[in-house]
Design a protein around this ligand. Structure first.
Ligand code: ADP
Ligand code: MG
Length: 221
């Protein structure tokens, strides 16, 4: 399990996360929902260890990969090099190219191995970012707004892609303001509003989950 206890995060006088208690079991697809500015990205970054908590504790015995909202691919490296860079740093003896090529083919990126990130579409960049995470075989994949900037048709692809990742045994934590997307994919939805957990629900056990979630968004307007 990943456990946050009494976790707070502040930037100067700005209390962004306020006394969060959250236990995350493996095996699930957790959606972090809530209005813009509610603290979703901050919580995700704290869970990944990209940001230290200001107080409280995080217990996490799992390996974690992070898919950034803007992908953060290495711009000067080819697609293949983006995938092999981190595994190479960890283990210089193994040739990681074969695994990388197989993963790219699986994600529909065959033929793009030598392309630079700037030569790819948004959806392709995202799949490269996902493949780069999967090279490290994480227990958990953390995704920040994976549908932002994609059109509706591509959002269906993201749902399929992330469901596939989950079916391979990787637990997911997805921060997203997109309720249609989250209610399609998540097995648990945690709503963050003004830095607090406002709701923790099972969307599959709720008749009209979107209707239940909507008021948490309207409050912030
Ligand atoms: P969300 O992802 O839900 O939109 P964020 O976690 O990005 O929310 O932001 C929550 C609040 O924290 C916002 O008020 C934002 O301005 C503030 N914030 C986030 N990151 C930083 C930072 N690095 N420095 C200062 N303030 C930040
Ligand atoms: Mg965010």
């Amino acid at each position: 399990m990943m456990i946050l206890k009494n976790a707070t995060k502040n930037y100067g006088a700005d209390d962004v996360l306020k006394s969060i208690d959250l236990t995350i079991e493996p095996g699930q697809i957790i959606g972090l929902a809530g209005p813009s500015g509610g603290g979703k990205s901050t919580l995700l970054r704290c869970l990944q260890g990209l940001e230290p908590l200001s107080s409280g504790t995080l217990t996490a015995h799992y390996t974690r990969g992070f898919m950034f909202q803007d992908f953060q691919l290495f711009p000067h490296m080819s697609v293949l090099e983006n995938l092999t860079f981190a595994p190479m740093c960890q283990d210089k003896e193994t040739d990681h190219g074969k695994a990388a090529k197989a993963l790219l083919a699986k994600l529909g990126l065959k033929g793009k191995e030598d392309a630079l990130p700037s030569q790819l579409s948004g959806g392709q960049k995202q799949r490269v970012a996902l493949a780069r995470c999967l090279m490290m075989r994480p227990d958990f994949l953390l995704c920040d707004e994976p549908t932002s900037g994609l059109d509706v048709a591509t959002i269906g692809d993201v749902v399929d892609l992330l469901r596939h990742v989950h079916s391979e045994g990787i637990s997911l934590i997805i921060a997203s303001h997109d309720l249609d997307f989250l209610t399609q994919i998540a097995t648990r939805i945690v709503v963050l509003a003004q830095g607090k957990i406002a709701l923790d629900m099972d969307p599959r056990a709720t008749k009209d989950a979107i209707q239940v979630l909507k008021p948490y968004y309207e409050e912030s307007l």
